[in-house]
Design a protein around this ligand. Sequence first.
Ligand code: FMN
Ligand code: ATP
Length: 285
Amino acid sequence: MKDLKTVYLTHGPEFSLPKPEPCVMAMGFFDGVHVAHQQVILEAKNIARKRKIKLAVMTFFPHPREVLNLGKEKMNYLTPLEVKLDRFSKLGVDIVYVIKFDLVFAELSPKEFIDTYVTGLGVKHAVAGFDFTYGQKGKGTMKTMSTDGEGKFLVTVISKLDYKGQKISSTFIRNLLSHGEVNEIASYLGDYYETRGKVVSHYHSRIGKRFYIDVAVHPYYTLPANGIYEVEMHSEGHVYHGSALVYSNKIKLSFDGTIKNQTYETVKLKWIRSLDIERVQLQQI
Ligand SMILES: Cc1cc2nc3c(=O)[nH]c(=O)nc-3n(C[C@H](O)[C@H](O)[C@H](O)COP(=O)(O)O)c2cc1C
Ligand SMILES: Nc1ncnc2c1ncn2[C@@H]1O[C@H](COP(=O)(O)OP(=O)(O)OP(=O)(O)O)[C@@H](O)[C@H]1O
C-alpha cells in the first residue's frame, strides 16, 4: 500500500510510544470500512488537509467484543486487517495505529487511554462517531473526550448515519450476511461484499457445459448463509460471472463451460445477490 505507515502497538511494561506526529485521528474498529466508517475518515481527512497535518486512523485487533467476552462469542469479521489497511490507504490515510486489544489494554482508564494513545501520539484533532467508547468498561464517551483531553486536542463527533431507518453498522451487515441477504449489503457497505479465497480444485462437468471451482475462503471473512448466489469472480485481471454454492463454510463456484481452465491461485469474489436453487444447473455438480 503506497505511502501508508502502519504502527503496531501493544500495551505493557516494555511498551514504548513512537515519536508523536501531529495528526487528525479517526478512531474505531472499522470492520468492513462501511459507508459510515468512510464518512468518519473523510471528515478527519478534510480537517487534516485544512490543518496541513497527517491523517491517522486508530484501530484495534482483535475485536474488543471478542476479547471482552473471553472468546465465548466467535467474532464474524467482515474484513481481514490487511484488507482494512488497503481501504484506509485508498481513502488517503497516512498512518494507521493498530493497537492490540487485550485485557491489559482494556483495563486502561479513559484518562490513561487518552493521555497515552491520543495526546501521547500527537493528536491535534480526534474524530469519531457518536457511539465510540474508550477506557475500562467503555466508560469514556464522545461526551467526555474533550475533558479527558484537557483541551490538548479538538474533538469532532459524527452523528448517527443510518439507511432506511437502520444504523449503518458492521453488526447489521453481519446480520444481512447470516440471512443470505447479500443484495442489501451494497447500500450499507458502499460496494458488494467481497471475500478472497484459495482455489482448492477446478474441473469441467462431464459434458463440459459447466466449469467448477472449489474455493476455501481466507480467515477473517464471513460467508453468507448456506445457499446459492450470483457472484463475480475477479482473478488475474479478468471478471467472470457465475454462481456460488455456499455449504458448511465452503464455496463451489459454477461457470459457463467456456471459461478457460486457467490455474488460479486465489480469487476475489463479489457477492451480488442470492439466487433460487432451481435457476442454477446443480444436477451436474
Ligand atoms: C483503551 C480501551 C479500553 C476499553 N475497555 C473496555 C472495557 O473494559 N469494557 C468494554 O465494554 N469496552 C471497553 N472499551 C470499548 C470497546 O472498544 C468497545 O467500544 C465496547 O466494547 C463497545 O463495543 P460495541 O458497542 O461495538 O459492542 C475500551 C476501549 C478502549 C479504547
Ligand atoms: N452509523 C454510524 N454513524 C456514525 N458513526 C459511526 C456509525 N457506525 C460506526 N461509526 C463510527 O465509526 C467508527 C468505527 O465504528 P466501529 O467499527 O467501532 O463500530 P460499528 O461500525 O458500529 O461496528 P460494530 O457493529 O461491530 O460495533 C467509530 O468511531 C464509530 O462511532
